[in-house]
Design a protein around this ligand. Structure first.
Ligand SMILES: Cc1cc2nc3c(=O)[nH]c(=O)nc-3n(C[C@H](O)[C@H](O)[C@H](O)COP(=O)(O)O)c2cc1C
Length: 291
């Protein structure tokens, strides 16, 4: 083919046409769509179709996962409480806590001891109410509680395994601070099972009830990272000490028990996977106050 000088040079490619034009000594290359525009458009349409099909498939899979609640944590009674979805008739209201007593703080601090033997006298529901309030009850309309909490995130959950409490059938109850009420989570007396999971410490079997302090670490670690673990343990200590002091003031004995089989307690109590038991605190009337 004879190429006239100054004519554009056209190189034909299978998919594109590249046109070179001399422009005053320099060659300008421009890409022009050639005869296979239809082929390109078709290929792009197929790719776009495939991408959109996969996008739709992924959206449908994600929607199914969300709809089945696959990743959702099992709702805790406290969630129900917050959401207002727990039927009121399922909650057991507790007597209002008293904020005046006959034993001074100084007396309680100096008289407190770990007590491992109790009488058979039943606890009253007021006793239990007072102890649970001391552990985690609300002390301010804003939601602040009886014990300090890093960032006011309140990672602790308090349960009471009751066997000898007047007015409460044997069972495990979850304390709901917001409504100062109990939600029964197990309908049988589990003290004997707790005793086995707590290295057969007799105080657990012989108590009228056992308070369980559990924690959801994530509530604190999501803000404070690793340091949050330490904070949660400190908070369990605060709650435990409040129970000790309140128990002393009520003529009730208690002991902080840390020696137990975590998994045994968790499966016995049916804890959601995000809750870890930290302390067991058996509670029972004592004949004479330890001093
Ligand atoms: C973290 C921790 C774990 C404990 N674990 C147990 C336990 O498993 N069993 C028990 O009988 N006492 C336990 N105790 C109670 C201690 O034995 C008790 O506090 C100590 O003997 C001091 O006595 P006091 O509390 O009367 O002052 C524990 C105390 C703490 C602080």
């Amino acid at each position: 083919m004879v190429q006239a000088q100054g004519d554009p040079v056209i190189r034909v490619d299978a998919r594109e046409v590249e046109k070179s034009e001399p422009t005053g000594g320099r060659v300008r290359h421009t890409r022009v769509h050639g005869h296979d525009n239809t082929y390109l458009a078709g290929r792009r349409a197929i790719v776009a179709f495939a991408v959109s099909i996969w996008t739709i498939i992924l959206i449908v899979i994600a929607a199914c996962i969300v709809a089945t609640g696959f990743f959702a944590l099992p709702p805790s009674p406290d969630d129900h409480e917050k959401n207002g979805t727990l039927p009121a008739e399922d909650l057991i209201p507790l007597p209002a806590p008293k904020i005046m007593g006959t034993v001074s703080v100084e007396e309680a601090i100096s008289g407190r001891r770990s007590v491992r033997e109790y009488t058979k006298t039943p606890l009253t529901i007021s006793d239990l109410s007072q102890l649970l309030w001391a552990a985690q009850g609300l002390t301010d309309p804003s939601g602040l509680r009886a014990t300090p909490s890093a960032g006011a995130l309140y990672p602790l959950e308090i349960y009471a395994a009751c066997g000898n409490v007047n007015g409460l059938s044997g069972g495990v109850y979850h304390y709901l601070p917001q409504s100062h009420a109990l939600d029964r989570v197990i309908g049988r007396d589990v003290r004997e099972d707790l005793y086995r999971s707590a290295l057969r410490q007799p105080s657990v079997r012989d108590a009228a009830a056992v308070i369980i302090i559990a924690a959801d670490y994530n509530r604190t670690t999501k803000k404070y990272g690793e340091q949050g673990i330490r904070y949660v343990h400190m908070e369990a200590g605060h709650a435990s000490e409040n129970i000790y002091l309140q128990a002393y003031a009520l003529g009730i004995g208690t002991v902080a028990i840390g020696a137990f089989d975590d998994n045994g307690i968790m499966s016995l109590l049916g804890f959601p996977h995000n809750q870890t038991p930290l302390y067991l605190m058996p509670i029972g009337k004592v004949s004479t106050r330890a001093s």
